[in-house]
Design a protein around this ligand. Structure first.
Ligand code: FES
Ligand SMILES: [Fe+2]
Length: 427
């Protein structure tokens, strides 16, 4: 449960709000590169942190992330002409480059100095592994680009997806660190023949998988220099436990749990506005080309041209009650679709003053606490993201003897340990 004021503080991210300003200190995935593949192509509207922006690729292939509205009389530049290294407004012909410099104001007299004084708001971008990232904070405090594990993998070992999720970022992110839901929401009722790299089919995860059998798992949350490591320990067999980990990388990135040998997954939860989220999902194979079709099929998100789902709140995510008899627990196809169903039906911003949290909710309690401590300035982080060797970080669970503690079975690498405050909490 959270006080109403704290819930507001955590969930509001427009410019000028405390959390909005905090999030603007981080690099944010904006669109997949292939969405604006062609130089001089159509500019794409994209809303992030409540800001209406436009992203376009100019004639030289450079990418601009700019205010959607023309500084003249605020017409949308999405209708503009993208040619000759700039975007030209179709209303009166004002032209801007990718950095927002005004190149031409043909509607003013030739001797006018006006174009020197005019600037279109623009943000820094970086293109990496087929994703274009943006930095929406003040130029003078732009941090170095973070290097996540999967950025070192070849392109054919990755797939990335961005999806419009119809609720606040925090309830999406809390779902991602919630171990126990997998044993219910994502449970397939019968064993299925699934290739070893894939966590599930579109029905769900096999009943024999450590994430599904023997809930609730024993849990622990460990403080780290990147955020929190959330541990889950389940009974594997008479002699062994399954030890699992979820990495929460402050403020909005995660590596959900995966066992050794399975493809990995990385998420980013970027507020579109306070009532919707760009849910980013990168699936990666550690050592061979990824089965992109298999991954998409099991995630089960069917999207329209605006990245909104065809299975959605309006049609109950196509829940099939016959499927609940011998198919899966939820009656909903697609493991990501199942996640969207439970988070979106909470409403656009869940009223956390009405919750009743139990011991199973330990990880999300810690994530909220960390976000509140940081946004209120109660604690200082030991390191910034770019100072941490994130390339070495991904989730990898293992099966090991019951005689071991979780700290022995899946120790935290030294480079992620805190110098102080080595606190952890268990249930
Ligand atoms: S509104 Fe864009 S040039 Fe006038
Ligand atoms: Fe889930």
């Amino acid at each position: 449960m959270l006080k109403t004021e704290d819930n507001k503080l955590l969930t509001q991210t427009d410019a000028g709000t405390p959390m909005g300003e905090l999030f603007r200190k981080y690099w944010i995935p904006v669109v997949n590169s292939n969405e604006i593949a062609e130089p001089n192509g159509k500019p794409l509207k994209i809303k992030i942190l409540g800001e209406d922006l436009l992203i376009f690729r100019d004639s030289e292939g450079k990418v601009g992330l700019v205010d959607e509205k023309c500084p003249h009389r605020r017409t949308s530049l999405s209708l503009g002409i993208n040619a000759d290294c700039g975007l030209t407004c179709i209303y009166h012909g004002w032209k801007f480059d990718v950095e927002g410099n005004c190149l031409d104001i043909p509607s003013e007299p030739a001797e006018s100095k006006m174009k020197k004084a005019i600037h279109l708001k623009s943000y820094s971008v970086q293109e990496k592994n087929g994703i274009i990232w943006g930095y929406l904070g003040p130029k003078e405090s732009e941090p170095p680009f973070p290097e996540f594990y999967w950025m070192g993998l070849p392109d054919d070992q990755l797939i990335s997806e961005r999806v419009w999720q119809e609720c606040n970022y925090l309830q999406v992110m809390e779902n991602d660190v919630d171990y126990v839901h997998a044993a219910f929401l994502h449970k397939a009722l019968n064993e299925q023949n699934i290739s070893s790299e894939l966590l599930s089919s579109d029905l769900g995860i096999n009943p024999s998988h450590p994430l599904v059998k023997n809930p609730p798992v024993k849990q622990a949350v460990e403080n780290t220099n990147y955020g929190k490591r959330c541990i889950g320990v389940g009974v594997e067999d008479e002699d062994n436990f399954a030890f699992m980990e979820i990495h929460y990388i402050f403020p909005f990135y995660t590596f959900p749990p995966r066992m050794e040998g399975e493809d990995g997954m990385w998420h980013a939860f970027i507020p579109r506005d306070d009532h919707s989220t760009w849910s980013w999902d990168v699936q990666f194979s550690h050592n061979k080309p990824i089965d992109g079709a298999g991954q998409s099929q099991r995630r089960g998100l069917i999207l329209d041209e605006n990245f909104r789902k065809l299975r959605n709140l309006g049609n109950d995510y196509e829940q099939d009650r016959d499927l609940m008899i011998d198919g899966n627990y939820s009656g909903i196809r697609g493991i990501a679709n199942q996640d969207h169903a439970v988070t979106e039906t909470m409403g656009p911003i869940v009223d956390r003053s009405k919750e009743h949290l139990g011991t199973s909710d330990l990880p999300l309690i810690h994530i909220r606490r960390m976000l509140l401590e940081q946004v209120k300035g109660l604690k200082k982080k030991e390191k910034e993201l770019h100072e941490i060797p994130l390339k070495k970080l991904f989730s990898c669970g293992t099966v090991d003897s019951k005689t071991k503690t979780w700290r022995e079975a899946i120790p935290l690498q030294e480079s992620f340990q805190l110098g102080t405050d080595k606190h952890f909490e268990e249930t």
